[in-house]
Design a binder for this molecule. Structure first.
Ligand SMILES: [Zn+2]
Ligand SMILES: [Zn+2]
Length: 250
């Protein structure tokens, strides 16, 4: 696994960006117990925390500091590259996650492949994949959840047949702000390209999406999927490296 270094970001002070950053990440879609609200939940560190379209990070370990604290793992994470986020989505445990585009702002710490930051706005849902390999155009009960929230899993029209499901538009309509849904790339049968690992499913073109998502997805399809690494884990390694160097200095 690649070793990551901190960007030269100044000695001890975290950065505050002049403008929001665009990033990509995975999140589970969730539906409230009464079915009226939707949101997102993290995969690992933030798995028990449901967030809406605009969210402020809070530390899950220590309420006395504001994320992201350098010697803590708190804050939101995102990746700079869509392809890295898509690679992360190939991992078994992440298959049911949505790939979303966010803008990051507030306090942040920059890593080689991503950011850890304090404020987030979800902009778009770019990818959702049915377990059968087709694009997931709707969300059905994922069979797991949190207190008050059900996890949703993307399903294609074929696999959704007869099951209660929310279309992605219905999902975004229940969010607490506007999130666009990327236009459909292809909903055809499995092609060799898809089996090779890119699995570039996209979502039915509902809502007011631009073609940017599709262009990105096409670009990603042309990239080799060989360099698969779990970038979220890599970010954590970067944090550990930082801690190590601090211990060595001390
Ligand atoms: Zn913290
Ligand atoms: Zn399916």
């Amino acid at each position: 696994m690649a070793r990551l270094r901190f960007w030269p970001a100044g000695p001890d002070r975290d950065e505050r960006p002049d403008r929001p950053f665009t990033g990509y990440k995975l999140a589970h879609a969730v539906l409230s117990a009464d079915g009226t609200q939707t949101g997102f939940a993290g995969l690992t560190l933030g798995a028990t925390h449901v967030y809406g379209v605009v969210a402020e990070a809070s530390c899950i370990w220590n309420h006395r500091h504001a994320p992201p604290r350098r010697w803590c793992g708190c804050g939101f994470y995102c990746l700079h590259e869509l392809t890295d986020a898509r690679s992360l989505g190939c991992a078994t445990e992440n298959r049911a996650a949505l790939l979303i585009e966010v803008t990051a702002s507030g306090q942040y710490i920059r890593y080689e492949r991503g950011l850890r930051y304090s404020r987030q706005r979800v902009r778009a849902i770019l990818d959702a994949q049915c377990a059968c390999g087709r694009p997931g155009t709707a969300l059905a009960d994922g069979g797991s959840g949190l207190i008050g929230w059900r996890h949703l899993a993307p399903v294609c029209p074929t696999c959704a047949a007869g099951r209660p499901a929310l279309t992605l538009t219905e999902f975004t309509a229940r969010l607490d702000g506007n999130v666009r849904v990327a236009p459909l790339l292809s909903a055809g049968p499995l092609s060799p390209d898809m089996l090779s690992g890119t699995m570039t499913g996209s979502i039915t073109g509902t809502g007011t999406g631009t073609t940017a998502g599709a262009a990105d997805a096409m670009a990603a399809m042309e990239e080799s999927p060989i360099a698969i690494l779990t970038a979220e884990i890599a970010l954590l390694h970067a944090r550990l490296d930082d801690l190590q160097s601090r211990l060595e200095r001390g």
